[in-house]
Design a protein around this ligand. Structure first.
Ligand code: NAD
Length: 273
């Protein structure tokens, strides 16, 4: 085994990835499974979960699925318990499941959108986005702590977004406080759990071509807009998350906790030529 392989080794690790049936979560799950980890995908989409588990299993990877709604604490608790019952331990958790928040206050042509304005903000949308993107992370952190503390080890990776520190007019308002909350929650959990040898970090993606918001990032017109505003002039493919996922899941990140690693092609830096 080369020194790089040893450093980033995840073989035999018992891993959970929420939202693992699609997009960024699926790419994280692949990175782990391709390198010998045993991965439980937790997802709310039964068909997609079934198809993804079948496809990864047919490639020879050790993968299982749990149907979970991360906004439901009991559902998360039972899926984590099933996983620990199955494998006897829990090493790595990616709290990744998340949804978009609908339109912002500006449309693509720069026009004001009534439905995205503050005074028309739909509270059901606000509560759903918070329930999945923030409460869902909290429940995963709670279940991870419960199972990892007695082991005296563990690694937790939360998918936040560059929206945790940047605002945008064309994204629905509720996404920003939910992601900023998840980002700060990551740091608070890291502070509390460091004593137990549990590391908690976040990945903050920019635009990735996934199925979020019905795949709007893949829509050619939206893609052109995003590419034009990005210093690297492109959006990322899900597989581009794999390096950071392996870093944060392995011994290569042994002294990293409470960090949020931005992976956005330079979008946070501003616009360039
Ligand atoms: N794609 C991007 O541009 C981008 C940018 C920044 C952050 N993110 C974040 O990345 C994460 C993954 O999103 P993605 O882009 O891969 O989207 P995606 O839609 O491709 O995948 C998300 C997965 O989460 C699952 N999911 C949704 N609600 C769930 C719930 N309540 N319980 C369990 N599973 C649920 C979906 O079924 C889906 O399989 C999200 O947290 C998202 O906010 C995405």
């Amino acid at each position: 085994m080369s020194t790089a392989s040893r450093l980033f080794d995840v073989s035999g690790r018992i891993c959970v990835v929420t939202g693992g049936a699609s997009g960024i979560g699926l790419a994280c799950a692949e990175a782990l499974a391709e390198n010998g980890a045993k991965v439980t995908l937790m997802d709310i989409n039964a068909q997609c979960l079934h198809d993804t588990v079948s496809s990864l299993t047919s490639r020879g990877f050790e993968v299982r699925g749990e149907l979970v709604d991360v906004s439901n604490q009991a559902s998360v608790a039972s899926a984590f318990q099933n996983t620990v019952n199955h494998y006897g331990r829990l090493d790595v958790v990616f709290a990744n499941a998340g949804i978009d928040s609908g339109p912002g206050f500006l449309g693509r042509e720069g026009q004001r959108l009534l439905e995205g304005s503050l005074e028309n903000l739909d509270l059901r949308n606000w509560e759903r986005v918070m329930a999945i993107n923030l409460n869902g992370v909290l429940y995963c952190l709670q279940e991870s702590a419960k199972h990892m503390k007695p082991q005296g080890s563990g690694k937790i990776v939360v998918t936040t977004s560059i929206a945790s520190c940047l605002n945008a007019a064309w994204v629905g308002t509720s996404y920003f406080p939910a992601k900023a909350g998840a980002s700060h929650l990551t740091r608070q959990a890291a502070l509390e759990l460091a004593k137990y040898n549990i590391q908690v970090n976040a990945i903050a993606p920019g635009a990735f071509a996934t199925n979020i918001a019905d795949g709007h990032v893949k829509d050619p017109e939206m893609r052109r807009l995003l590419e034009a505003g990005n210093p690297q002039h492109r959006v990322a493919e899900p597989a581009e998350i794999k390096g950071v996922a392996l870093l944060l899941a392995s011994a290569a990140s042994s002294y990293i906790t409470g960090s949020e690693i931005v992976i956005d092609g330079g979008a946070l830096l501003g616009q360039a030529d």
